[in-house]
Design a protein around this ligand. Structure first.
Ligand code: IMP
Ligand code: MG
Length: 181
């Protein structure tokens, strides 16, 4: 797995520091509110776990899973809920936690989907943003890092379902990506 890595964009330490900052900011904004933090599986799983540990306020968690990419690095543009929330979010202060916003299509779909369920408020927290790739404008209230237009893996993000367990964010060698296309 290590042999497939071309460059590390964000180290474990950089991620850790930023996640703690985000947690402090979110805790300040949601203290006394009825927060439900929603993790979008599978990509946001590691980020979600670390973010929760940085939030010293009462909250509930829930999970959902949505189909995005197949094996390729290009978005399909088609979304399907694979696993829905367990509990109603009506009247709750919802914070949706995603790994990355790229074209913005996934987040726009999810925002719309959750808004229809009448939460008291709805905000989004993403670890990574590729602003140069945006096709759909979508609000992002909390953001870890802007990154360049490169396909990244690690810290929850995958290529063909692999590399999610790397503790940093990195770019793979071009020959690794070309195998799946
Ligand atoms: P969007 O709909 O184009 O904004 O894509 C968002 C989704 O695509 C994310 O939730 C990721 O699952 C996936 N994605 C986008 N860019 C990357 C990347 O660089 N590495 C891994 N997954 C990515
Ligand atoms: Mg994702």
């Amino acid at each position: 797995m290590q042999n497939d890595i071309k460059e590390i964009l964000l180290t474990e330490e950089e991620i850790k520091k930023r996640v703690v900052e985000l947690g402090q900011q979110i805790a300040m904004d949601y203290r006394g509110k009825d927060l439900v933090a929603i993790c979008v599986l599978k990509g946001a799983a590691l980020f979600f776990g670390d973010l929760l540990r940085a939030l010293d306020i009462a909250l509930n968690v829930d999970f959902m899973a949505i189909s995005s990419y197949g094996v390729s690095t290009k978005t399909s543009g088609v979304h399907r809920i694979i696993m829905d929330l367990e509990k109603s979010i009506e009247g709750k202060d919802v914070l949706l936690v995603e790994d990355i916003v790229d074209t913005g299509r996934t987040l726009a779909y999810l925002r719309n989907y959750l808004a229809q369920r009448n939460p008291a408020s709805l905000k989004v927290c993403v670890l990574l943003d590729k602003p140069s790739r945006r096709e759909v404008e979508v609000p992002v209230e909390y953001k870890g890092f802007d990154i360049p237009d490169k396909f990244v893996v690690g810290y929850g993000l995958d290529y063909a379902e692999t590399y999610r367990n790397l503790p940093y964010i990195c770019v793979l060698k071009p020959e690794v990506y070309s195998k799946g296309e």
